[in-house]
Design a protein around this ligand. Structure first.
Ligand SMILES: C[S@@+](CC[C@H](N)C(=O)[O-])C[C@H]1O[C@@H](n2cnc3c(N)ncnc32)[C@H](O)[C@@H]1O
Length: 195
């Protein structure tokens, strides 16, 4: 468990289901694309909340990478993590449901001179992976937003090469103090959290 109340898990998908992820709770998202398109500029401006923990997660993940690896990230947001990882692998397909997030991510990658990231809009269900298989799949700060986590983990398994790894870091909503959990519906009504 990290100090930020998140868990970094690097496991095979079958292990992952057994860790009790379903107990973590889920924010149900009715219109995720609209919410995240609107949130994108603010999200891009907001600093990483816990920089040492973020750096540690990057380092742990990069400890697994090999220079010839093909990586898929879903829910990549404005691309910061993909841009950090890109120099350590051969290629990363960075995907997100929000076109606005991806526009910002593409600009950031161009500014950083990174050329081995391909951005694609979509969800794990809608992406056209054309039978492509990956050495690693990253799903960071997203599992708690998805309605069917188990189906997502199955999709991840299908997208991985044999022996590939799934890296995920997710808020554990059920572990939040009660007053924070009670605030979620109000934040949703105010448009401050996905509904
Ligand atoms: C909390 S942000 C996390 C972004 C990034 N992974 C990070 O750690 O900074 C959640 C991201 O997931 C995207 N998202 C939400 N639902 C999604 C879905 N069903 N499929 C793909 N991306 C989704 C949002 O557009 C947003 O960019």
């Amino acid at each position: 468990m990290t100090p930020a109340g998140q868990r970094l898990a690097i496991r095979t998908p079958s292990d992952y289901i057994e860790t009790g992820l379903r107990q973590s709770g889920t924010i149900h998202v009715k219109k995720p694309k609209e919410f995240w398109d609107k949130a994108a500029p603010r999200y891009a401006r907001s600093p990483v909340r816990d920089e040492p923990t973020y750096q540690r997660k990057l380092a742990v993940t990069q400890g697994y990478f090999r220079p010839d690896w093909q990586v898929l990230e879903f829910g990549c947001g404005t691309g910061s993590t993909a841009i950090h990882h890109a120099p350590h692998i051969q290629h990363i397909l960075a995907t997100d449901i929000s076109g606005r997030m991806l526009e910002i991510a593409e600009q950031k990658a161009r500014d950083a001179g990174i050329t081995n990231i391909r951005f694609q809009q979509g969800t794990l269900d809608s992406l056209d992976l054309a039978g492509e298989r990956f050495d690693a799949v990253l799903g960071l700060n997203i599992l708690h937003l998805l309605e069917d986590v188990e189906a997502t983990v199955c999709r991840v398994r299908d997208a991985l090469k044999p022996g590939g790894i799934f890296v995920s870091s997710s808020a554990l909503i059920a572990d939040l103090k009660l007053h924070w959990r009670l605030l979620i519906p109000t934040m949703q009504r105010l448009g401050l959290a996905p509904t």
